[in-house]
Ligand binder design. Structure first.
Ligand code: T46
Length: 130
């Protein structure tokens, strides 16, 4: 089974342009408790390199692109996030790395929990032992 679950967000376009609406328990399969976004990533920088014990997230590049790598300890898969109408669901206990940010990338992330540093596993060997 693939680690990659992509969610298509229907664009609510009209003659003026496009609009995407994200709602809990509709296109986002959890209660949204936190929203953050990553932008201005410097050339050659990769981010992530951790897993979460109990956190679900949906990430979408609202502009630009980046490459998301997911790893469950057995499988490792990679996908380009390159559309404002395509999100990726990141389940708990999945190692994630984000690479190849374009200069204009804005990565929007919707999270099922408030920020909690204690929820992070930042050591890959420790992640494999869970
Ligand atoms: C993930 C990827 C896609 C906060 O204070 N609140 C927050 O909600 C977040 C996400 C971060 N922070 C602080 C913690 C660090 O001092 O912001 C700093 C950078 O966070 P971090 O190093 O965790 O950033 P990334 O890009 O490596 O990872 C983040 C998320 O933490 C992670 O859950 O999936 O973005």
């Amino acid at each position: 089974m693939s680690l990659i679950t992509l969610i298509d967000f229907p664009p609510l376009g009209d003659g003026r342009g496009s609009l995407v609406a994200l709602e809990s328990h509709q296109s986002i399969p959890f209660d949204i408790k936190r929203v953050y976004y990553i932008f201005g990533t410097q050339k050659g920088v990769s981010r992530g390199f951790h897993a979460h014990k109990q956190l679900k997230q949906v990430a979408v590049c609202v502009t630009g692109a980046c490459r998301m790598v997911l790893d469950n300890g057995q499988q490792r898969e990679s996908v380009w996030l390159d559309s404002a109408t395509k999100g990726i669901l990141i389940e708990d206990m999945v190692w994630r790395e984000i690479h190849d940010f374009t200069d204009d990338c804005v990565l929007l992330v919707l999270a099922s929990e408030h920020y909690d540093e204690a929820d992070y596993i930042r050591d890959y060997e420790e992640f494999l032992k869970q």
